[in-house]
Ligand binder design. Structure first.
Ligand code: ADP
Length: 404
């Protein structure tokens, strides 16, 4: 950095300690906006300016976007908008050069009409990322030392902007990758889950249609039952797919009504018992229960899903349904004493298409059920949470607020 001995310095000297401080602020800032916020009060005593604006080049439109602007000192009483910096900002970006503009009219006495403007490009290798413009109304002009400091500042800010850009690019790629993975999972789940029931339906109907074989009534009944069950499975899968797509795009409307939870729970259990005659169910609820506001069809769907999961993934265990009254609402727990869910999978269990890898062969499923349940409970203003310990079982707990 140069020193001009003829210059009367009215600012503290720009020394190593100051540069170190500036560098540290930039290095520790999470983005360029917070860096500028922290820097402005620190650099102003050394480097007086009234307005500062930082433009970044939008990579798509190539327009200059304001990333930070601040009017201090005399700038605050002037028009503090950023339009003043746009022309010089564009020139700086175009020429990739430092531009220093001095007031044209030296006899003008109004300071606000005698702006000293300093524009610097933010460069990363051959790419121009943006520009920073400082304006000072009236004298003194920017000294060579201060211009050199502004260049130092701009170089370091450029590193931060480039880092921001890289982080954004990374998260964009990560998002694309995750979307791609979800699509892959979607296709493999769909093809597997559709193929299996379709295979049965096709196989048994072809068998029944054979003219060279005679099936007795019992065999015919058995084949038709399988076709019927597999068609139900297909229908469930399609409904789940539709529900999950609609829930994700917020297209499902809840039909809130006054609901008696005890009656709803009993209905669900009666239906489940019809399909699983040996299954033991236990219902625990207080003697009196106030009605709640809910969509009865959707709430029954959630409960049915949790109960069916307990039956599927905790075979041999009783299924306990516990209703409790808690402050501000009601909780409904579906508890099993099965194998439990390892901790590493617990945070993923409500994700679309997630299935515990070891359990894929244990029971049919699409990994959509719990995702749908969570969305429905959230649409009631409630929460769905899992507590589970390997070897001890799982508890899915729905909290529904008294006022949805
Ligand atoms: P699906 O049953 O169709 O696979 P879900 O979204 O309902 O989809 O469940 C996701 C996964 O969570 C299941 O594949 C299973 O691995 C696991 N899971 C769900 N409920 C239980 C439970 N009660 N005990 C153990 N694992 C469970």
């Amino acid at each position: 950095m140069t020193t001009n001995s003829a210059q009367v310095t009215i600012f503290p000297p720009i020394d190593i300690a100051f540069l170190y401080k500036v560098n540290k602020i930039i290095g520790e800032s999470k983005d360029v906006h917070s860096a500028m916020d922290a820097l402005v009060p620190v650099i102003r005593p050394y480097f007086i300016f009234d307005n500062v604006v930082l433009f970044l080049v939008d990579p798509l439109t190539l327009n200059l976007e304001v990333a930070f602007a601040k009017a201090t000192g005399r700038g605050r009483s002037a028009e503090a908008d950023v339009a003043w910096g746009e022309i010089i900002g564009s020139q700086v970006v175009e020429t990739r050069r430092v531009i220093l503009q001095e007031p044209v009219d030296s006899i003008e006495t109004d300071r606000l009409r005698r702006p000293h403007t300093l524009g610097l490009p933010l460069l990363e290798k051959s790419e121009v990322l943006g520009a920073i413009i400082f304006i000072r109304f009236g004298s003194p002009p920017f000294t060579p030392d201060q211009t050199a400091f502004a260049e130092f500042l701009t170089d370091h800010l450029a590193v931060l902007v480039a880092r921001d850009k890289l982080i954004k690019e990374n998260s964009r790629l990560e998002f694309q990758y995750r979307t791609f993975q979800v699509q892959e999972d979607f296709i493999s789940t769909l093809s597997h889950e559709l193929r299996t029931p379709l295979g049965y339906i096709k196989g048994y109907s072809t068998t029944l249609l054979r003219t060279d074989a005679n099936w007795d009534d019992k065999a015919r009944q058995e084949f038709l039952t399988i076709i019927d069950q597999e068609t139900d499975r297909l229908e469930d899968l399609l409904n789940n797919l539709l529900d999950s797509a609609k829930l994700q795009s917020g297209m499902i409307m809840m039909d809130f009504q006054v609901v008696r939870l005890d009656a709803l729970v009993k209905d669900v259990i009666i239906r489940a018992q019809l399909h699983h005659q040996d299954q033991v169910f236990q219902i625990e609820m207080p003697d009196t229960l106030r009605p709640i506001h809910a969509d009865p069809g959707r709430l029954a769907q959630v409960l049915e899903n949790l109960v069916n999961n307990a039956i599927k993934y905790a075979p041999g265990s009783p299924v306990i349904i516990r209703i409790s009254v808690v402050p501000d609402g009601i909780t409904l727990e579906v508890i099993d004493k099965g194998a439990g869910i390892p901790e590493k999978y617990q945070s993923k269990i409500f994700d679309r298409f997630f299935r515990i890898p070891d359990q894929i062969s244990v029971a049919h499923g699409s990994g959509l059920g719990l995702f749908i349940c969570k969305q429905i409970v959230q649409a009631h203003g409630g929460k769905l949470q899992l507590t589970s310990r390997v070897g001890e079982g799982s508890s899915f707990r729905i909290f529904l607020p008294t006022q949805p």
